[in-house]
Write a protein that binds this ligand. Sequence first.
Ligand code: PAF
Length: 286
Amino acid sequence: MEIIKSIPEMKQWSNRVRESHKTIGLVPTMGSLHAGHMSLVQKSVSTCDVTVASIFINPVQFGKNEDLDTYPQDLEGDQRQLESAGVDVVFLPSRQDMYPDGYKTFVSVEGITNHLCGKNRPGFFQGVATVVLKLFNIVRPHTGFFGDKDWQQATVVETLLRDLNIDAAIERLPIVRESGGLAKSSRNLYLSQEEMAPALSLYCALERARQRVQNGEFSADVIRQEIRQMIEKNQQAKIDYISVCDPENFIEHDEIKDKSLIALAVHIGKTRLIDNCIVRRAECKE
Ligand code: PAF
């Protein structure tokens, strides 16, 4: 496995691979890799000729009071996992190379970023869109791999690539969960033992909502209210949002449709967790 730190070297590598007509898969990450990331890596390794995993803690997607300085890091552990999964290149650009002094250009995807995570994390999606576009321009992958835990992020990236005519496909893969149901996330490392039960309430509330839809409850308000009650039973939980909405434009639904997204963001102590599921009216058993 090659480690490439310089942007020009990464571009040269990609040009060589493209000239040899091989397909490139890119898994963009901020490191501290877990089974969720590794499912993306495995998919890329099994479907593309070569796989690049990038590790870059992107400063421009963090808000002022967020965890940029404490974001978990484990470069050695990450490299070990990537090597044994068969990754060809780990791309490790520096902050200075990605955003040199005088850097001025940011990309924003309009509309869909005003909802859910975009509401309370101003600048977040602009930061994500900017770094993803930069990574796609540098690595020039045929396919980029993103997880559905960050459903809105994956949709923003799909929109960005479509609107800016970037010739790359996006493959989205399902959420990977801990045995109890907690969605895998690098930020789970922040959770204390006492916070694990409240953290699990996100998954439990989503599962309960799914059952309620299957049993014929289609009122989005009732579903939101029941989720709120389940999560607020935990004193450490502070709800950021509970949304029952369209999975593509994130406009709130009055009632469950053919396909609705239920998405949650909840602070458990100092840790902000997100989770989601898709529910369908057709899944109703009655
Ligand atoms: O999901 C993440 O880890 C980041 O938002 C991403 C896509 C790597 C961009 O920095």
